[in-house]
Design a protein. Structure first.
Length: 112
């Protein structure tokens, strides 16, 4: 990941509704949710949600796929992991920081 991509992703997450959408999609897992379910779960108006989904998609933090008449949005776990790796790549001066108790995220939601 380059600096520009990291800034784009962080900027997309630096807004309360978008962060809530992203966290909901991470918790939901790879199956994702329709926009109507996201709006219902977070009490976000559809007009606002559309803008937030566009920003998260532009930052490549979520993906969208057509299923029948619905568009299903899912967290892009690979992009999330890449961002986390980018943010921590210089941790502890490149030395291992100890044993992590949190799993890495590939294509499934992280276990708590």
């Amino acid at each position: 990941m380059n600096t520009k991509s990291a800034i784009t992703a962080l900027a997309a997450l630096a807004q309360e509704s978008r962060l809530a959408v992203f966290r909901l999609l991470v918790a939901t897992g790879p199956q994702g949710l329709a926009a109507s379910k996201i709006a219902e779960s977070l009490a976000v108006p559809a007009s606002s949600l559309s803008f937030h989904l566009k920003e998260l998609s532009h930052a490549e933090l979520i993906t969208a796929k057509q299923e029948g008449r619905f568009i299903i949005y899912s967290a892009n776990f690979a992009a999330m992991q890449t961002l986390m790796d980018y943010l921590s790549e210089n941790c502890c001066h490149g030395e291992p920081c100890g044993v992590s108790t949190k799993p890495t995220c590939n294509s499934a939601p992280c276990a708590q």
